[in-house]
Design a protein around this ligand. Structure first.
Ligand SMILES: [Zn+2]
Length: 142
């Protein structure tokens, strides 16, 4: 069975075999995309994201599924396009990120380089919740 995941660097959607573990190369930016540990759950969660984005987002947040951040950002954008205020969805995203600031920052930094302007905008917004102080501490002193 084929499932759809999103490149953690550029946000490109990739169709992969759901048995494929490890990494797959993104045809767009040649990034080695991590196939999420939760890959088998993704088709179900994506269906949930279509039907009830907020509930699915909280489920993913509880799982600590930072690999699903690209999907969540797509769902968030769909919500905005449908005129939703996305309050619950945004809270779930912030909760997920604050619980996993290190891994979230890695993924969001990649998504902030996306060719998709909405993806960039949302990724940059969420990066504010990753703990910039920590990022500064990790950076070499200039
Ligand atoms: Zn890519």
């Amino acid at each position: 069975m084929r499932i759809e995941i999103f490149c953690q660097r550029c946000g490109e959607s990739l169709s992969i075999d759901d048995k494929g573990k490890g990494t797959v190369e993104c045809p767009q930016c040649f990034y080695e995309v991590n196939v999420p540990a939760t890959a088998a759950d993704i088709p179900r969660l994506c269906t949930l994201l279509e039907e009830g984005p907020e509930a699915a987002a909280w489920a993913l947040s509880d799982l600590g599924a930072v690999d699903a951040l690209p999907q969540l950002l797509h769902a968030l954008q769909r919500g905005f396009e449908h005129g939703d205020d996305n309050d619950g969805m945004s809270s779930a995203l912030v909760d997920l990120i604050e619980g996993n600031p290190e891994s979230s920052r890695q993924i969001l930094t990649g998504l902030a380089q996306s060719s998709d302007p909405y993806m960039r905008e949302n990724a940059n917004w969420l990066l504010e919740f990753c703990g910039d102080n920590q990022a500064d501490a990790d950076s070499p002193t200039v």
